[in-house]
Design a binder for this molecule. Structure first.
Ligand code: NAD
Length: 452
Protein backbone atom coordinates (compact mmCIF):
# COMPACT_ATOMS: atom_id res chain seq x y z
CA UNK A 1 0.00 0.00 0.00
CA UNK A 2 1.10 3.61 -0.46
CA UNK A 3 1.16 5.17 2.98
CA UNK A 4 1.95 8.75 3.92
CA UNK A 5 2.63 9.59 7.55
CA UNK A 6 2.36 13.17 8.76
CA UNK A 7 4.66 13.75 11.76
CA UNK A 8 7.93 11.88 12.18
CA UNK A 9 8.18 11.96 15.97
CA UNK A 10 8.30 9.02 18.39
CA UNK A 11 5.02 7.62 17.05
CA UNK A 12 5.06 8.60 13.37
CA UNK A 13 8.63 7.59 12.71
CA UNK A 14 8.35 4.26 14.50
CA UNK A 15 5.10 3.43 12.72
CA UNK A 16 6.49 4.52 9.35
CA UNK A 17 9.66 2.50 9.66
CA UNK A 18 7.76 -0.58 10.84
CA UNK A 19 5.29 -0.31 7.94
CA UNK A 20 8.23 0.08 5.54
CA UNK A 21 9.77 -3.05 7.01
CA UNK A 22 6.47 -4.80 6.20
CA UNK A 23 7.00 -3.69 2.58
CA UNK A 24 4.48 -0.89 2.34
CA UNK A 25 5.63 2.15 0.35
CA UNK A 26 5.91 4.84 2.98
CA UNK A 27 6.54 8.58 2.81
CA UNK A 28 7.28 10.32 6.10
CA UNK A 29 6.40 14.02 6.25
CA UNK A 30 7.51 16.48 8.90
CA UNK A 31 7.57 20.24 8.99
CA UNK A 32 10.77 20.16 11.06
CA UNK A 33 13.38 20.46 8.31
CA UNK A 34 16.25 19.41 10.59
CA UNK A 35 14.46 16.13 11.25
CA UNK A 36 13.89 15.56 7.53
CA UNK A 37 17.55 16.31 6.78
CA UNK A 38 18.70 13.70 9.32
CA UNK A 39 16.14 11.16 8.12
CA UNK A 40 17.23 11.58 4.52
CA UNK A 41 20.69 10.56 5.71
CA UNK A 42 18.99 7.53 7.37
CA UNK A 43 19.86 8.89 10.83
CA UNK A 44 17.29 8.76 13.59
CA UNK A 45 16.53 12.10 15.25
CA UNK A 46 15.34 10.23 18.38
CA UNK A 47 16.89 7.58 20.59
CA UNK A 48 14.82 4.44 20.11
CA UNK A 49 16.28 0.95 20.02
CA UNK A 50 16.67 -0.48 16.52
CA UNK A 51 15.10 2.48 14.72
CA UNK A 52 18.26 3.57 12.95
CA UNK A 53 19.07 -0.02 11.94
CA UNK A 54 15.65 -0.41 10.31
CA UNK A 55 15.91 3.02 8.69
CA UNK A 56 19.08 1.84 7.01
CA UNK A 57 17.59 -1.53 6.06
CA UNK A 58 14.51 -0.08 4.33
CA UNK A 59 15.82 2.56 1.88
CA UNK A 60 13.54 1.27 -0.90
CA UNK A 61 10.41 1.38 1.22
CA UNK A 62 10.51 4.66 3.11
CA UNK A 63 11.51 8.17 2.12
CA UNK A 64 11.16 11.51 3.84
CA UNK A 65 10.15 14.98 2.73
CA UNK A 66 8.53 18.14 4.03
CA UNK A 67 6.10 18.74 1.15
CA UNK A 68 2.79 17.11 1.89
CA UNK A 69 0.94 17.76 -1.40
CA UNK A 70 2.29 15.09 -3.72
CA UNK A 71 2.73 12.64 -0.85
CA UNK A 72 -0.96 12.94 0.04
CA UNK A 73 -2.13 12.87 -3.59
CA UNK A 74 -0.64 9.46 -4.37
CA UNK A 75 -1.33 7.76 -1.03
CA UNK A 76 -3.92 5.09 -0.27
CA UNK A 77 -3.63 5.72 3.45
CA UNK A 78 -2.61 8.97 5.15
CA UNK A 79 -1.75 8.70 8.84
CA UNK A 80 -1.78 11.77 11.08
CA UNK A 81 0.75 11.32 13.89
CA UNK A 82 1.51 14.91 14.89
CA UNK A 83 1.79 16.10 18.49
CA UNK A 84 -1.21 17.06 20.66
CA UNK A 85 0.36 18.83 23.64
CA UNK A 86 -1.65 20.26 26.54
CA UNK A 87 -2.96 23.80 26.30
CA UNK A 88 -2.72 26.09 29.36
CA UNK A 89 -6.24 25.06 30.43
CA UNK A 90 -5.35 21.37 30.25
CA UNK A 91 -7.22 20.58 27.04
CA UNK A 92 -5.38 18.82 24.22
CA UNK A 93 -4.16 21.24 21.58
CA UNK A 94 -5.32 19.72 18.31
CA UNK A 95 -4.21 22.60 16.11
CA UNK A 96 -1.43 20.51 14.49
CA UNK A 97 -3.94 17.74 13.69
CA UNK A 98 -6.23 20.26 11.99
CA UNK A 99 -3.31 21.85 10.17
CA UNK A 100 -2.27 18.40 8.93
CA UNK A 101 -5.86 17.68 7.84
CA UNK A 102 -5.99 20.93 5.86
CA UNK A 103 -2.60 20.28 4.24
CA UNK A 104 -3.71 16.76 3.29
CA UNK A 105 -6.93 18.05 1.72
CA UNK A 106 -5.00 20.49 -0.45
CA UNK A 107 -3.07 17.55 -1.87
CA UNK A 108 -5.92 15.11 -2.58
CA UNK A 109 -6.78 14.30 -6.19
CA UNK A 110 -10.22 14.45 -7.75
CA UNK A 111 -12.22 11.18 -7.91
CA UNK A 112 -9.74 9.11 -5.98
CA UNK A 113 -10.40 7.33 -2.69
CA UNK A 114 -8.32 7.78 0.46
CA UNK A 115 -8.32 6.57 4.05
CA UNK A 116 -7.19 9.17 6.57
CA UNK A 117 -6.12 7.64 9.87
CA UNK A 118 -5.85 9.66 13.07
CA UNK A 119 -3.12 8.11 15.21
CA UNK A 120 -2.46 11.16 17.37
CA UNK A 121 -4.15 11.06 20.79
CA UNK A 122 -7.11 13.36 20.33
CA UNK A 123 -10.21 14.38 22.31
CA UNK A 124 -13.52 12.75 21.53
CA UNK A 125 -15.02 14.11 18.33
CA UNK A 126 -11.69 14.98 16.71
CA UNK A 127 -12.09 12.37 13.97
CA UNK A 128 -15.33 14.02 12.92
CA UNK A 129 -13.57 17.39 13.05
CA UNK A 130 -10.81 16.07 10.73
CA UNK A 131 -13.49 14.95 8.29
CA UNK A 132 -15.15 18.38 8.37
CA UNK A 133 -11.83 20.19 7.81
CA UNK A 134 -10.97 17.97 4.84
CA UNK A 135 -14.42 18.28 3.24
CA UNK A 136 -14.40 22.04 3.65
CA UNK A 137 -11.08 22.33 1.77
CA UNK A 138 -12.26 19.92 -0.95
CA UNK A 139 -15.41 22.06 -1.39
CA UNK A 140 -13.33 25.22 -1.61
CA UNK A 141 -11.22 23.55 -4.29
CA UNK A 142 -14.39 22.50 -6.08
CA UNK A 143 -13.35 18.85 -6.26
CA UNK A 144 -14.68 15.65 -4.77
CA UNK A 145 -12.75 12.68 -3.49
CA UNK A 146 -13.88 9.71 -1.41
CA UNK A 147 -12.28 10.18 2.01
CA UNK A 148 -12.91 7.71 4.85
CA UNK A 149 -11.67 8.57 8.32
CA UNK A 150 -10.53 6.12 11.00
CA UNK A 151 -9.24 6.50 14.52
CA UNK A 152 -6.26 4.25 15.25
CA UNK A 153 -4.85 5.24 18.65
CA UNK A 154 -1.29 4.30 19.45
CA UNK A 155 -0.18 2.40 22.56
CA UNK A 156 3.58 2.10 22.04
CA UNK A 157 5.92 2.74 24.95
CA UNK A 158 8.96 4.90 24.29
CA UNK A 159 12.10 2.83 24.72
CA UNK A 160 10.17 -0.21 23.43
CA UNK A 161 8.52 1.50 20.49
CA UNK A 162 9.47 -0.93 17.71
CA UNK A 163 8.79 -3.98 19.80
CA UNK A 164 5.35 -2.65 20.72
CA UNK A 165 4.64 -1.86 17.06
CA UNK A 166 5.58 -5.29 15.74
CA UNK A 167 4.13 -7.19 18.71
CA UNK A 168 1.19 -5.14 20.04
CA UNK A 169 -1.35 -6.35 22.64
CA UNK A 170 -4.14 -5.08 20.40
CA UNK A 171 -4.80 -2.77 17.49
CA UNK A 172 -7.79 -0.44 17.83
CA UNK A 173 -9.65 0.80 14.77
CA UNK A 174 -12.61 3.14 15.18
CA UNK A 175 -14.60 4.26 12.19
CA UNK A 176 -18.10 4.74 10.82
CA UNK A 177 -16.77 3.39 7.51
CA UNK A 178 -16.52 -0.38 6.95
CA UNK A 179 -14.12 0.36 4.13
CA UNK A 180 -11.73 2.28 6.37
CA UNK A 181 -11.70 -0.60 8.88
CA UNK A 182 -10.91 -3.05 6.05
CA UNK A 183 -8.08 -0.80 4.82
CA UNK A 184 -6.59 -0.78 8.33
CA UNK A 185 -7.01 -4.55 8.58
CA UNK A 186 -5.10 -4.93 5.31
CA UNK A 187 -2.40 -2.46 6.30
CA UNK A 188 -1.79 -4.26 9.60
CA UNK A 189 -2.34 -7.78 8.22
CA UNK A 190 1.31 -8.89 8.60
CA UNK A 191 1.19 -7.82 12.25
CA UNK A 192 -2.28 -9.19 12.95
CA UNK A 193 -1.26 -12.54 11.46
CA UNK A 194 2.46 -12.27 12.36
CA UNK A 195 3.47 -13.34 8.86
CA UNK A 196 6.63 -11.19 8.69
CA UNK A 197 10.16 -12.32 9.44
CA UNK A 198 11.12 -10.52 12.65
CA UNK A 199 14.05 -8.08 12.50
CA UNK A 200 17.19 -9.86 13.70
CA UNK A 201 17.47 -7.71 16.84
CA UNK A 202 13.77 -8.05 17.69
CA UNK A 203 12.70 -11.70 17.76
CA UNK A 204 9.02 -12.49 18.24
CA UNK A 205 8.46 -12.91 22.00
CA UNK A 206 7.94 -16.47 23.15
CA UNK A 207 4.26 -17.32 23.77
CA UNK A 208 3.19 -14.16 21.92
CA UNK A 209 -0.54 -14.33 21.04
CA UNK A 210 -1.89 -12.82 17.83
CA UNK A 211 -3.22 -9.34 18.59
CA UNK A 212 -6.95 -8.76 18.15
CA UNK A 213 -8.17 -5.94 15.93
CA UNK A 214 -10.64 -4.12 18.17
CA UNK A 215 -13.13 -2.45 15.87
CA UNK A 216 -15.44 0.20 17.24
CA UNK A 217 -16.81 3.66 16.56
CA UNK A 218 -14.48 6.69 16.52
CA UNK A 219 -15.63 8.09 19.89
CA UNK A 220 -14.95 4.79 21.66
CA UNK A 221 -11.57 4.43 19.96
CA UNK A 222 -10.59 7.93 21.08
CA UNK A 223 -11.80 7.18 24.61
CA UNK A 224 -9.94 3.83 24.77
CA UNK A 225 -6.65 5.72 24.47
CA UNK A 226 -7.41 8.23 27.23
CA UNK A 227 -8.95 5.63 29.52
CA UNK A 228 -5.91 3.34 29.11
CA UNK A 229 -3.37 6.04 29.92
CA UNK A 230 -5.35 7.41 32.85
CA UNK A 231 -5.64 3.90 34.30
CA UNK A 232 -1.91 3.22 34.02
CA UNK A 233 -1.09 6.59 35.61
CA UNK A 234 -3.58 5.80 38.36
CA UNK A 235 -1.93 2.45 39.09
CA UNK A 236 1.41 4.16 39.70
CA UNK A 237 -0.19 6.87 41.84
CA UNK A 238 -2.02 4.23 43.84
CA UNK A 239 1.16 2.38 44.75
CA UNK A 240 2.82 5.71 45.55
CA UNK A 241 0.00 6.57 47.93
CA UNK A 242 0.37 3.15 49.58
CA UNK A 243 4.15 3.74 49.65
CA UNK A 244 3.70 6.94 51.67
CA UNK A 245 1.75 5.03 54.28
CA UNK A 246 4.27 2.15 54.19
CA UNK A 247 6.99 4.57 55.29
CA UNK A 248 4.89 5.71 58.23
CA UNK A 249 3.98 2.23 59.48
CA UNK A 250 7.31 0.53 58.77
CA UNK A 251 6.27 -1.52 55.72
CA UNK A 252 8.24 -1.81 52.46
CA UNK A 253 6.25 -0.82 49.38
CA UNK A 254 8.36 -3.00 47.07
CA UNK A 255 7.33 -6.06 49.11
CA UNK A 256 3.72 -4.89 49.22
CA UNK A 257 3.70 -4.35 45.43
CA UNK A 258 5.05 -7.84 44.90
CA UNK A 259 2.49 -9.29 47.26
CA UNK A 260 -0.46 -7.63 45.59
CA UNK A 261 0.87 -7.79 42.03
CA UNK A 262 0.87 -11.59 42.04
CA UNK A 263 -2.93 -11.42 42.11
CA UNK A 264 -3.78 -11.63 38.40
CA UNK A 265 -6.74 -9.31 38.94
CA UNK A 266 -4.22 -6.63 39.92
CA UNK A 267 -1.09 -7.56 37.93
CA UNK A 268 2.50 -6.67 38.77
CA UNK A 269 3.17 -4.06 36.10
CA UNK A 270 2.99 -0.32 36.83
CA UNK A 271 3.25 -0.95 40.56
CA UNK A 272 6.69 0.60 41.03
CA UNK A 273 6.68 3.27 43.70
CA UNK A 274 8.97 6.24 43.15
CA UNK A 275 9.07 9.88 42.20
CA UNK A 276 6.02 9.47 39.97
CA UNK A 277 5.09 9.48 36.33
CA UNK A 278 5.95 11.97 33.62
CA UNK A 279 6.62 11.82 29.91
CA UNK A 280 4.86 13.06 26.85
CA UNK A 281 1.59 11.16 27.46
CA UNK A 282 0.32 10.58 31.02
CA UNK A 283 0.48 14.21 32.19
CA UNK A 284 -1.19 15.69 29.12
CA UNK A 285 -3.65 12.83 28.59
CA UNK A 286 -4.90 12.89 32.20
CA UNK A 287 -5.27 16.65 32.01
CA UNK A 288 -7.13 16.35 28.70
CA UNK A 289 -9.46 13.79 30.28
CA UNK A 290 -10.17 16.15 33.18
CA UNK A 291 -10.80 18.99 30.73
CA UNK A 292 -13.18 16.76 28.82
CA UNK A 293 -15.05 15.96 32.04
CA UNK A 294 -15.27 19.67 32.87
CA UNK A 295 -16.77 20.34 29.44
CA UNK A 296 -19.59 17.97 30.36
CA UNK A 297 -19.81 19.21 33.97
CA UNK A 298 -18.70 15.71 35.04
CA UNK A 299 -16.20 15.43 37.87
CA UNK A 300 -13.43 12.86 37.44
CA UNK A 301 -12.19 12.72 41.01
CA UNK A 302 -10.12 9.53 40.62
CA UNK A 303 -8.11 10.97 37.72
CA UNK A 304 -7.70 14.23 39.62
CA UNK A 305 -6.48 12.41 42.75
CA UNK A 306 -4.01 10.43 40.68
CA UNK A 307 -2.50 13.69 39.37
CA UNK A 308 -2.33 15.21 42.86
CA UNK A 309 -0.58 12.17 44.33
CA UNK A 310 1.86 12.33 41.43
CA UNK A 311 2.77 15.95 42.13
CA UNK A 312 3.23 15.17 45.83
CA UNK A 313 5.90 12.57 44.96
CA UNK A 314 8.18 15.36 43.70
CA UNK A 315 7.82 17.26 46.97
CA UNK A 316 8.72 14.08 48.84
CA UNK A 317 12.16 14.15 47.20
CA UNK A 318 12.74 17.62 48.63
CA UNK A 319 11.43 16.60 52.05
CA UNK A 320 13.77 13.62 52.17
CA UNK A 321 16.75 15.76 51.24
CA UNK A 322 15.80 18.33 53.86
CA UNK A 323 15.45 15.66 56.53
CA UNK A 324 18.93 14.38 55.74
CA UNK A 325 20.77 17.64 54.99
CA UNK A 326 18.59 20.11 56.96
CA UNK A 327 19.45 23.10 54.76
CA UNK A 328 19.56 22.86 50.97
CA UNK A 329 20.97 26.35 50.28
CA UNK A 330 24.58 26.01 49.16
CA UNK A 331 24.38 22.21 48.98
CA UNK A 332 25.51 20.37 45.88
CA UNK A 333 23.01 17.81 44.62
CA UNK A 334 23.85 15.33 41.86
CA UNK A 335 21.16 13.96 39.59
CA UNK A 336 21.49 10.62 37.83
CA UNK A 337 19.04 10.43 34.94
CA UNK A 338 16.98 13.08 33.16
CA UNK A 339 14.87 11.05 30.73
CA UNK A 340 11.34 10.42 32.02
CA UNK A 341 12.09 6.71 31.79
CA UNK A 342 15.00 4.53 30.64
CA UNK A 343 15.90 3.78 27.01
CA UNK A 344 14.61 7.08 25.66
CA UNK A 345 16.03 10.56 25.22
CA UNK A 346 12.60 12.10 25.86
CA UNK A 347 12.52 14.53 28.79
CA UNK A 348 9.05 15.95 28.18
CA UNK A 349 7.34 16.38 31.58
CA UNK A 350 10.06 14.29 33.22
CA UNK A 351 9.58 14.60 37.02
CA UNK A 352 13.22 15.68 37.24
CA UNK A 353 12.45 19.03 35.60
CA UNK A 354 10.25 20.06 38.51
CA UNK A 355 12.67 18.59 41.07
CA UNK A 356 15.60 20.54 39.60
CA UNK A 357 13.58 23.77 39.61
CA UNK A 358 12.60 23.21 43.28
CA UNK A 359 16.23 22.53 44.21
CA UNK A 360 17.46 25.67 42.45
CA UNK A 361 14.68 27.73 44.09
CA UNK A 362 16.01 26.56 47.45
CA UNK A 363 19.56 27.62 46.57
CA UNK A 364 21.12 24.22 45.82
CA UNK A 365 23.78 23.68 43.13
CA UNK A 366 22.67 21.04 40.67
CA UNK A 367 24.90 18.69 38.69
CA UNK A 368 23.35 16.24 36.25
CA UNK A 369 24.07 13.18 34.12
CA UNK A 370 22.08 11.08 31.68
CA UNK A 371 23.38 8.48 29.20
CA UNK A 372 21.41 9.93 26.25
CA UNK A 373 19.07 12.75 27.29
CA UNK A 374 21.58 15.52 28.17
CA UNK A 375 21.05 17.47 24.94
CA UNK A 376 17.24 17.43 25.19
CA UNK A 377 17.38 18.39 28.88
CA UNK A 378 19.72 21.29 28.11
CA UNK A 379 17.15 22.64 25.67
CA UNK A 380 14.19 22.54 28.07
CA UNK A 381 16.23 23.73 31.07
CA UNK A 382 17.94 26.59 29.21
CA UNK A 383 18.27 29.57 31.54
CA UNK A 384 18.70 27.48 34.70
CA UNK A 385 22.13 27.29 36.30
CA UNK A 386 22.92 23.58 36.02
CA UNK A 387 26.20 21.75 35.45
CA UNK A 388 25.93 18.99 32.83
CA UNK A 389 28.37 16.06 32.73
CA UNK A 390 28.67 12.98 30.57
CA UNK A 391 30.21 10.98 33.40
CA UNK A 392 28.33 10.06 36.61
CA UNK A 393 31.51 9.99 38.72
CA UNK A 394 32.21 13.62 37.85
CA UNK A 395 28.64 14.49 38.83
CA UNK A 396 29.20 12.86 42.22
CA UNK A 397 32.35 14.89 42.92
CA UNK A 398 31.76 17.02 46.03
CA UNK A 399 28.03 16.19 46.22
CA UNK A 400 26.04 16.33 49.45
CA UNK A 401 23.52 13.94 47.92
CA UNK A 402 22.86 11.99 44.77
CA UNK A 403 19.34 11.35 43.49
CA UNK A 404 18.68 8.49 41.09
CA UNK A 405 15.90 9.69 38.81
CA UNK A 406 15.89 7.35 35.80
CA UNK A 407 16.31 3.60 36.13
CA UNK A 408 18.85 3.22 33.32
CA UNK A 409 20.47 -0.24 33.45
CA UNK A 410 23.76 1.61 33.12
CA UNK A 411 23.36 2.93 36.69
CA UNK A 412 22.94 -0.53 38.13
CA UNK A 413 26.47 -1.36 37.11
CA UNK A 414 28.22 1.73 38.49
CA UNK A 415 31.29 1.33 40.68
CA UNK A 416 29.53 2.45 43.85
CA UNK A 417 32.67 2.46 45.97
CA UNK A 418 34.28 4.88 43.52
CA UNK A 419 31.08 6.92 43.39
CA UNK A 420 30.95 7.19 47.17
CA UNK A 421 34.60 8.26 47.40
CA UNK A 422 33.81 11.23 45.17
CA UNK A 423 31.01 12.52 47.42
CA UNK A 424 31.14 14.89 50.39
CA UNK A 425 28.16 13.21 52.08
CA UNK A 426 27.38 9.72 50.76
CA UNK A 427 23.60 10.15 50.73
CA UNK A 428 21.88 8.37 47.85
CA UNK A 429 18.17 8.87 47.30
CA UNK A 430 16.91 6.15 44.99
CA UNK A 431 13.89 7.77 43.37
CA UNK A 432 12.90 4.54 41.62
CA UNK A 433 13.71 1.87 44.23
CA UNK A 434 15.98 0.55 41.53
CA UNK A 435 19.29 -0.13 43.27
CA UNK A 436 20.10 -2.83 45.77
CA UNK A 437 19.90 -1.24 49.26
CA UNK A 438 22.26 -3.77 50.93
CA UNK A 439 24.86 -3.36 48.20
CA UNK A 440 24.69 0.41 48.58
CA UNK A 441 24.87 0.25 52.37
CA UNK A 442 27.86 -2.12 52.13
CA UNK A 443 29.54 0.39 49.83
CA UNK A 444 29.16 2.97 52.63
CA UNK A 445 26.14 4.90 51.38
CA UNK A 446 23.33 6.30 53.43
CA UNK A 447 20.64 4.80 51.18
CA UNK A 448 17.03 5.83 51.01
CA UNK A 449 14.30 4.72 48.64
CA UNK A 450 10.67 5.77 48.31
CA UNK A 451 8.00 4.07 50.41
CA UNK A 452 10.27 1.60 52.20
P1 NAD B 1 6.44 14.21 18.65
O1 NAD B 1 6.37 15.59 19.18
O2 NAD B 1 7.61 13.36 18.96
O3 NAD B 1 6.27 14.22 17.07
C1 NAD B 1 5.32 14.99 16.38
C2 NAD B 1 5.96 15.42 15.06
O4 NAD B 1 4.96 16.02 14.26
C3 NAD B 1 7.06 16.43 15.20
O5 NAD B 1 8.22 15.95 14.55
C4 NAD B 1 6.51 17.70 14.53
O6 NAD B 1 7.52 18.46 13.89
C5 NAD B 1 5.55 17.10 13.54
N1 NAD B 1 4.46 17.99 13.12
C6 NAD B 1 3.65 18.75 13.88
N2 NAD B 1 2.73 19.37 13.13
C7 NAD B 1 2.96 19.00 11.84
C8 NAD B 1 2.34 19.28 10.61
N3 NAD B 1 1.26 20.07 10.55
N4 NAD B 1 2.86 18.74 9.48
C9 NAD B 1 3.93 17.94 9.54
N5 NAD B 1 4.55 17.60 10.70
C10 NAD B 1 4.08 18.13 11.83
O7 NAD B 1 5.10 13.52 19.15
P2 NAD B 1 4.89 11.96 19.48
O8 NAD B 1 5.44 11.66 20.82
O9 NAD B 1 5.30 11.15 18.31
O10 NAD B 1 3.29 11.92 19.63
C11 NAD B 1 2.45 12.04 18.51
C12 NAD B 1 1.03 11.74 18.96
O11 NAD B 1 0.96 10.37 19.39
C13 NAD B 1 0.55 12.57 20.13
O12 NAD B 1 -0.82 12.81 19.99
C14 NAD B 1 0.79 11.66 21.32
O13 NAD B 1 -0.07 11.93 22.39
C15 NAD B 1 0.50 10.30 20.73
N6 NAD B 1 1.20 9.18 21.39
C16 NAD B 1 2.49 9.33 21.79
C17 NAD B 1 3.15 8.25 22.39
C18 NAD B 1 4.57 8.38 22.86
O14 NAD B 1 5.01 7.52 23.61
N7 NAD B 1 5.31 9.38 22.45
C19 NAD B 1 2.48 7.03 22.56
C20 NAD B 1 1.17 6.92 22.12
C21 NAD B 1 0.53 8.01 21.54
Amino acid sequence: MNITIIGCGYVGLTTGVALAYLKHNVIGIDKDLNKIMLLKQRKSPIHERGLEILLQETPKWIEFQSDINQAAADADVIIIAVGTPAKKNGEADTSSVEEAARDIAFGLKENRSYTVVVKSTVPIGSNRRVETVINRVLNSRGISAEVSIASNPEFLREGMALSDTFYPDRIVAGSESEKAIEVLRKMYQPILEQTFNPPSFLPRPEHYNLPPLVTTNPASAEMIKYAANAFLALKISYINEIGGLCEKVGADVTEVARGIGLDPRIGARFLNAGIGWGGSCFPKDTSALLALGTEYNYSMSIVEASRNVNLRQRQIVLEKLQTQLKVLRGRTIGILGLAFKPDTDDVRESPVLEIIKLLIERGANVRVHDPVALANAQKVLAGFEIDYFDDPYTVAAGCDALILITEWDYYRNLDFIKLKTEMKIPFLLDGRNFLNPSELKNAGFIYEGIGR
